[in-house]
Ligand binder design. Structure first.
Ligand SMILES: [Zn+2]
Length: 86
């Protein structure tokens, strides 16, 4: 298996989930259980561009509704919300 390496310590990154806080223009949303990669050694977390892209697309569609400060679950609210919106 081909692992990415931690940018901080160079150890293996393993797939995991974590909470992230993301601000997009004037909106701030807390996202729970977002897919990420976590370092097996120093526990640093990195989210992929795809995750940011998905959350930003979601926030773009939600912007007119004013959801600033909302807590969202990545799979339940965001990934699903984008599917339903298309
Ligand atoms: Zn590390």
């Amino acid at each position: 298996m081909n692992y990415n390496r931690c940018f901080h310590c160079g150890n293996k990154l393993i797939p995991s989930t974590a909470d992230m806080k993301i601000s997009y223009e004037e909106l701030v949303v807390e996202v729970q259980d977002a897919p990420c990669e976590k370092c097996s050694y120093c526990s640093r977390i990195s989210f992929g561009d795809e995750v940011y892209g998905t959350v930003e697309r979601f926030m773009e569609t939600m912007k007119p509704k004013g959801i600033s400060g909302t807590v969202m679950n990545y799979y339940e609210n965001i990934a699903k919300g984008i599917e339903e919106g298309q």
